[in-house]
Design a protein around this ligand. Structure first.
Ligand code: PRP
Ligand code: URA
Length: 468
């Protein structure tokens, strides 16, 4: 497959043609001229140099953000025109995912960071392993303080790419988080990495020229509550759909994150503190059980951010007011037995009307393969939004099998909530069920030879029920 990639998200502009992962030609210009003057001549030169025309291209890729608004609009407009003229699909690539690809060969954590000003960076964290990248966060606007808290204690080496790398590295080091900036020749955006990222994307991410659009990141206050209410005008609704915010995932289908379900690691001091007590082997069964439930409440709070709202009229002691109210969505919480039971109470405290389905699953201790031994669901389960809960996502086998079981019963909108996740489990869910978002209290280092999460908290079921 031949891909023509346009990278215009920052001061430099670059263009590349790749074929099946190999760069055929590329050009880069960084002389301060506006992209509207430099981009199309570069495209022409690159194609002419290898004896191709736009009609020989199979896919047009362009960075759709984050980055300079004007630069991205120029790149997207050019890609739309090229794709339309050549009657080929186009694909919008996250600038941060393309940046991470620059350094995918170095195993560890990759932080792609762009300076967003106003004391924030546009950022996404990935895990690089054997040249493959697993996304750990969505593209987001985040403060350096929040990022350093998230990365504190990470045991994998941290490498930073992007025009925010220096800013970010200085701050992290000052907070005692060791990290390194990628070498200068691969620290910035380039069209070859963009093309390689486009090649790794699933075909269902390809768009018609007409549907290709920039994706703007904004801090959460840029999406006023009003815009999430029913009464918003169609025009405003459309622009709201184009805004990605930290911890907030848009309506399904509005913005596929490179075709993958997103991992949301709940970044809150209370969650971090309570998780640390859970890990302590001296924590009593009573305290352990209470903490699991409390963390369940806190994760549910984040995982229900996208519940749709409507309005209703109330009489306050002073006047009549139109006020927001949850739009009566049908919801079910599905614990994976046994240990998942510990989280049900936390979810029900915030969503008391939720129904509860149970799925019994155990891991064969020798093969680590999950086995379903019980399944009892509410009758209308297929019409409900589902939150599968289990404290531990280790190899991901149990959660993946539970999601498959729920999909087999017709469920479409499924989320997974866990206390602790291992990167192996996250990868498994993202591979088997790319439509399912994962919410967790912490992402740990990995698994031991028995499939236990490290540093972990031990056997969650035994600690909740005091069976060992
Ligand atoms: C634990 C845990 C998960 C599973 C995670 O359950 O509660 O369900 O292991 O491991 P995986 O991601 O490798 O599948 P376990 O099988 O120990 O049963 P229990 O809940 O009865 O303790
Ligand atoms: N199940 C647990 O309860 N703990 C682990 O660490 C892994 C799977």
């Amino acid at each position: 497959m031949k891909i023509l990639a346009l990278e215009t998200s920052a001061r430099a502009v670059s263009v590349a043609v790749t074929e099946n992962g190999v760069a055929l030609a590329s050009a880069y210009q960084n002389n301060g001229l506006t992209h509207s003057r430099t981009l199309m001549p570069l495209v022409e030169n690159v194609l002419r140099g290898i004896g191709l025309t736009a009609r020989d291209i199979d896919l047009f890729a362009v960075s759709t953000g984050p980055g300079s608004f004007t630069g991205i609009r120029i790149g997207v407009a050019a890609a739309k025109g090229l794709a339309f003229g050549a009657e080929r699909p186009a694909v919008g690539v996250s600038t941060l995912a393309a940046l991470a690809r620059n350094i995918a060969f170095a195993d560890g954590l990759v932080v792609a960071a762009m300076d967003a000003r106003r004391a924030q960076i546009y950022e996404a964290t990935f895990r690089a392993q054997n040249g493959a990248l697993a996304r750990l966060t969505p593209d987001r606007a985040v403060s350096l303080e929040d990022l350093s808290r998230e990365l504190a204690g990470a045991t994998l080496p941290i490498r930073i790419v992007g025009d925010g790398a220096e800013l970010c590295a200085e701050f992290l080091k000052a907070c005692g988080v060791p990290c390194r900036i990628a070498p200068p020749h691969i620290v910035m955006q380039n069209a070859v990495s963009l093309a390689l990222e486009a090649e790794a994307m699933p075909e269902n991410a390809y768009l018609s020229a007409q549907d290709l659009r920039p994706l703007y990141l904004r801090p959460p206050q840029a999406v006023p509550l009003r815009e999430r209410l029913n009464g918003i005008s169609e025009k405003r609704k459309e622009s709201a759909e184009n805004v990605r915010t930290p911890c907030e995932r848009p309506e399904k289908g509005a913005l596929p994150m490179n075709g993958k379900g997103t991992l949301h690691v709940i970044d809150h001091p209370l969650v971090a503190h309570k998780m640390s007590i859970l890990r302590d082997k001296n924590t009593s069964v009573k305290d352990f059980r209470e903490l699991v439930s409390e963390i369940g409440v806190l994760i549910t709070y984040e995982a229900t951010r996208d519940l749709p709202l409507t309005t209703k009229t109330v009489e306050t002691p002073l006047c009549t007011a139109e006020v927001p109210t949850i739009k009566g969505k049908k919801f079910a919480v599905v614990p994976i037995l046994r240990a998942g039971l510990g989280l049900v109470d936390g979810v029900l405290r915030l969503v008391p009307s939720a129904r509860v389905g149970h799925i019994g699953m155990y891991r064969d201790e020798a093969t680590l393969e999950p086995h379903v031994y019980f399944c009892k669901m509410p009758k209308d389960i297929a019409e409900r939004d589902i939150m599968i809960v289990d404290p531990m996502l280790a190899t991901g086998g149990s959660a993946s099998a539970a999601i498959t079981e729920m999909k087999g019963r017709g469920c479409k909108n499924i989320k997974l909530m866990v206390l602790l996740a291992a990167p192996e489990g996250v990868e498994r869910i993202q591979k088997d069920h790319p439509d399912v978002d994962i919410y967790c209290g912490a992402l740990d280092k990995g698994l031991n030879e028995h499939g236990y999460i490290l540093p972990g908290l031990g056997d969650a079921g035994d600690r909740i029920f005091g069976t060992k």
